[in-house]
Design a protein around this ligand. Structure first.
Ligand code: CS2
Ligand code: MG
Length: 408
């Protein structure tokens, strides 16, 4: 069996998805996702200019060797651009293998360990009242877990994860379009004063059962994060995410000395080496790396197994940062992983997105039910894809009130 051709598509409804399609001499094709938010053309160029020419003629069933060939074979290893490109290739090869086996992918890992995988939705508000309504809306739809993000009183612009306009859902591409990053103002003191009060209201209104998550988005210093974790303990968060910048794992030692709040980190990681110390020293409770920037299924599965050895559970980074193809890859891992924790899930099922990526994966009552179709269980409609083209966008930049640049 041989790979005969591969093509990359960039674009999508309200978002630049980077989709790889690998064709074989047996008519079976595989799909992969290389979407790197607001840098989408870069993994696409790496695939087109360097990787696809090396794929032609290879046996697509040798996904391990192909992964090692690209990762170890490169003198300059890793990084989000390269790992997103390898990730797309790897997903497509697993898709082909599972289609050859005529099985849904999770069967190749060891079958299903659960009927449905717990997901969390993103509740947000420019103020607390709007956030409470947003949480209530998700609860009515059956969600059992929500991430809660709220505008901070007195902060000149909205805090991370919150739409700038009241009543407007945050969209990762339309909000970020333009020729330069939008700048936000951050004020740690106001944030630290407000968040415990907000969590108190939320717990009081929604009771004990609803699982609550909160994303700090790398904004705090280690001591501040320890203080916040301690103050939030009475509200029993499911997790506190990215309390400090992820490139400094030792900061977590200080946080762990002071609080038992569960910690989730890893959405900006792209290899096992980024995760290793946090997992081995049990400095986190959930690992957030994604199948896309994390080098695909082959590498992600290795991270899941290392995490299991240290009682760290999964909480993969989710849509819409990645396409439904990546979501499907993670859904098959979520169905199998003995140490599954939760899956981030933002509603992607607009008619346009469903038309571009048809699938039978579905979320019901807050659980993700993986498709039983052979392979990843998601397709890609090329005629739909032709409706879209690339649009440039940037993540915002955060500054303190005096102008000092801060972590976004
Ligand atoms: C966020 C991300 O989902 C999350 O937890 O932190 O959506 C993040 O802001 C984007 O993926 C950035 O590309
Ligand atoms: Mg996050």
């Amino acid at each position: 069996m041989k790979i005969t051709a591969a093509e990359v598509f960039v674009g999508g409804p309200g978002k630049n998805y980077v989709t790889l399609k690998i064709m074989t001499d047996q008519g079976i094709y595989g799909l992969g996702d290389a979407t790197l938010n607001n840098r989408e053309t870069l993994p696409a160029a790496y695939l087109q200019d360097y990787l696809i020419p090396c794929l032609i003629g290879r046996d697509p069933r040798n996904s391990e060797d192909i992964w090692q060939y690209f990762y170890r074979g490169a003198y300059f290893r890793g990084g989000p651009i390269a790992m997103a490109a390898y990730g797309a290739i790897d997903m497509a090869l697993w898709d082909i293998k599972a289609k050859l086996a005529d099985m849904p992918l999770y069967q190749l890992f060891g079958g299903k360990s659960r009927e449905g995988a717990l997901v969390y939705a993103h509740a947000q508000g420019t103020d607390l009242e709007e956030l409470l309504d947003s949480i209530a809306g998700y609860q009515e739809q059956g969600y059992k877990a929500v991430r809660v993000q709220c505008g901070i009183p007195g902060m000149p612009s909205a805090s991370y994860g919150v739409s700038a306009q009241k009543g407007k859902a945050h969209n990762y591409i339309t909000d970020f379009q333009g020729d330069a990053p939008h700048e936000e103002i951050w004020d740690t003191d106001k944030y630290l004063r407000f968040i415990p009060r907000a969590l108190d209201r939320i717990r009081g209104q929604f009771g004990d059962e609803l699982k609550l998550l909160h994303d700090v988005h790398h904004r705090l210093l280690p001591r501040e994060a320890a203080q916040l974790g301690k103050e939030l303990e009475p509200y029993r968060l499911f997790w506190l995410e990215d309390p400090t910048p992820a490139e400094d794992p030792a900061a977590l030692r200080l946080i762990r000395q002071h609080t038992t709040v569960p910690i989730a980190i890893g959405e900006v990681f792209n290899s096992l080496w980024d995760c290793k110390q946090l997992i081995e020293e049990r400095l986190i409770d959930f690992i957030r790396i994604s199948a896309t920037y994390g080098g695909g299924i082959t590498h992600l599965k290795r991270i899941v197994d290392l995490a299991a050895l240290h009682e760290v559970r999964t909480g993969f980074h989710g849509a819409p940062s990645h396409s439904p193809i990546s979501m499907a890859a993670q859904a098959h891992l979520n169905a199998w992983a003995p140490n599954f924790g939760i899956q981030e899930y933002l509603v992607l099922d607009t008619p346009e997105c469903d038309a571009l990526f048809p699938s039978e994966h579905r979320v019901e009552n807050g659980l993700f039910h993986v498709s039983d179709q052979p392979g990843l269980g998601v397709d890609f409609d090329e005629s739909e894809a032709r409706r879209y083209s690339y649009k440039r966008g940037f993540h915002p930049v955060a500054r303190l009130e005096d102008g000092t640049l801060w972590n976004y």
